[in-house]
Design a binder for this molecule. Structure first.
Ligand SMILES: [Zn+2]
Length: 447
């Protein structure tokens, strides 16, 4: 039996990092088992589904290079099939029409809430002629008198149990022509021959309902695995109120390989911290996915990203960022960068620095001393381009005038225009020497 898995995001918002993680684990599981990974757009909620959201989902998965097999599947293309199967179940009296008015159902729900009972609607229409009369909500007939415990072996969480009589006659269609989420998901999975349903833990309470639908249809039930959620620092499910959770927002700062590595390692203990997708495939086993959710640790993500940035070649880095800087200046940036958008802190590598004259002054030194120091540094830099010789000569200059800061501070500001930068000797070495001398002249003229 060929392994077939899918992710089925609803196009009601941008692709969430948690869904990206679920996509990664599905993808790893498929690759590990030489199976197939599909993308299905679960667009049964016509009011909230948008084309933009669908495009965002596709953009995000493409950027992460989580390629799916076959074309993108849309639930809305399967509506005739939902109707066909609902009719079949109606004929078999496994589903029925509930003729209770919205207000009655609402009142029932409220009184259950007051009595601290789980919300459920046990409908007497399923036992009467009325259940066969069309119109109204279509519900699955669930025997409320049964003391059955629905169980399944979750591949991540182990045995999971739910009492059937807590479910009530849950709805499967707003009408015969308008199947609801639970029914659509099950039918889509059946039609796509999905063998393993790997999805977020927030779906776990849906699973007993889905099992009952499979049983009503007389079809075999796939293997389930519920993946841990990505948590915010307060350990609640990470959502928009904790900041932007859309994968596409990460594009401006992170390399896709770094984000995938981070998401993969969040809920799985691999043999090392940094690993490629191929190495993840090699090690991946569903049963080793952590049971509890992990907090989204942005420092960890930044560190992983910095490691991937370091590995880029000059050509890769320049084409990624569009920067026009000398190759010699690339390591100066890549060895210090955590987020791609922080390249702006290195703007002195491709443009003249701008700063106020006062910034050149080291502590309480006099402007003429700063000027002298810069003139001496300039002489050194004119004489040699050898980094170590430059450093030695500048250190000697510092000793001679008895103030190291008076040498390095103005040089740093003259070359970078900033209070903080990598070692000025490194910056000088990365830049074109003529430009460096010109920048020193500009600084001297300011004083
Ligand atoms: Zn009813």
């Amino acid at each position: 039996m060929k392994v077939k898995v899918r992710i089925a995001p609803s196009p009601t918002g941008n692709l969430h990092v948690g869904t990206a993680q679920a996509a990664l684990y599905n993808w790893l599981f498929a690759k590990k088992n030489k199976g197939e990974f599909y993308l299905r757009i679960e667009d049964t909620d016509k009011e909230r589904s948008t084309k933009e959201s669908e495009e965002n989902i596709i953009e995000a998965l493409t950027w992460l290079d989580l390629r799916w097999d076959g074309p993108v599947v849309h639930s809305t293309d399967n509506q005739a099939r939902y109707r066909e199967l609902l009719e079949k179940l109606l004929n078999e009296k496994k589903v029925f029409y509930c003729h209770h008015a919205q207000g009655e159902l609402e009142a029932e729900r409220k009184s259950q809430e007051m009595a601290k009972l789980p919300p459920r609607h046990v409908c007497e229409h399923k036992y009467s002629e009325r259940g066969g009369e069309s119109g109204g909500i279509v519900r699955l007939a669930v025997n409320e008198k049964s003391d059955r415990v629905i169980t399944f072996e979750d591949q991540v969480r182990g045995r999971v149990e739910f009492k059937q009589n807590l479910l009530g006659d849950f709805s499967v269609g707003r009408s015969i022509d308008d199947a609801l989420y639970h029914f659509a998901v099950v039918v889509d999975d059946i039609d796509m021959e999905i063998t393993h349903v790997l999805r977020g833990e927030d779906h776990i309470s849906n699973t007993p309902k889905h099992i009952l639908i499979y049983e009503a249809l007389g079809l075999s039930i796939p293997v389930f695995a519920h993946l841990p959620l990505i948590l915010a620092p307060d350990r609640s499910k990470m959502s928009k109120r904790h900041g932007d959770t859309a994968v596409t927002v990460f594009k401006k700062d992170y390399l896709p390989e770094a984000l995938l590595n981070f998401l993969g390692a969040m809920s799985y203990t691999f043999s090392k911290e940094l690993l490629t997708k191929e190495e993840m495939i090699e090690e991946f086993e569903l049963s080793k996915v952590h049971k509890s959710g992990a907090v989204f640790n942005v420092d960890k993500l930044n560190w992983i990203n910095s490691q991937y940035i370091r590995r880029l070649t000059s050509t890769e880095f320049k084409s990624l960022t569009g920067l026009k800087i000398p190759d010699s200046a690339v390591p100066l940036v890549t060895e210090r960068l955590e987020k791609l958008s922080d390249v702006k802190n290195f703007d002195y590598l491709w443009q003249e620095p701008e700063y106020e004259k006062e910034l050149l002054i080291w502590k309480d030194s006099r402007p003429e001393d700063v000027k002298n120091s810069l003139e001496e540094s300039r002489k050194i830099l004119e004489k040699t381009e050898d980094k170590e010789k430059v450093r030695k000569a500048l250190d000697e200059l510092g000793q001679k005038i008895g103030n190291r800061g008076l040498v390095y501070w103005p040089l740093r500001v003259a070359v970078t225009g900033k209070e903080k930068s990598p070692d000025p000797v490194e910056v000088v070495a990365a830049l074109n020497r003529e430009d460096v001398l010109k920048r020193i002249d500009v600084a001297i003229n300011k004083l």
